[in-house]
Design a protein around this ligand. Sequence first.
Ligand code: Z5A
Length: 212
Amino acid sequence: MTGKLITLEGGEGAGKSTVLDTVRAALVAHGVEVVVTREPGGTPAGEAIRAVLLDPRLRGMSAETELLLMFAARAQLVREVIRPALAAGRWVLSDRFTDASYAYQGGGRGQPATRIAALEAWAADGVRPDLTLLLDLPVVEGLRRANGRGEADRIEMENAQFFERVRDAYRARAAAEPGRFRVIDAGRPLAEVLAQVQGAIAEFLARGGVPA
Ligand code: Z5A
């Protein structure tokens, strides 16, 4: 028996954490056993790597170092959490996964897609999401929502142009893989966003949990 991998993606302040419980509840109500995780992080080694990645004192980190650390955390998560869960028939719900590397390190930092794809083949080792919910909203609104949360981490310190490139990269990936992605209009009031999310999950379950 093999489980499914569902990922939540989006730019800064898009609302991933806010909708996560709704997704989990919809799956549990359907009788699915769900493992929730996040990236970067989700394992003891991955959380230690996350602390380095987000440390605002490390602003001199190169784009290459950042990319490698994202995939180092991912390699651990795939082997320690995701693979074993899927093999046991559990579903995995991850707050971000490999699409984030294409969006942030590819779109945002300009790392070549071929380089990211090579790392994906190695570190993620064939693990790909079955469904990805992309919470999309204008950058200005995302930054406005995120700004009330206290000290910015290293990546949150980037400028609006960086986050525009991240958004463009996410949208391009969604357009290239419409069967896997569901784009959620995250700029709507929360009740409407949650309704869109529930609809996407219901549709996925109705298809037997396979990409359209
Ligand atoms: N990163 C990367 O560069 N490469 C990679 O491969 C990976 C990650 C995996 C940490 O990720 C950073 O790592 C992230 C990308 C990078 N850097 N940035 N920026 P993270 O996911 O842990 O952190 P985050 O992106 O900073 O998450 P976030 O900003 O907390 O966003 P969120 O979870 O999507 O938002 P939220 O906390 O649910 O909502 C934000 C606020 O808006 C909150 O006050 C809500 O109550 C409010 N909200 C939510 N929805 C609504 C609606 N619909 N209306 C009004 N207000 C709302």
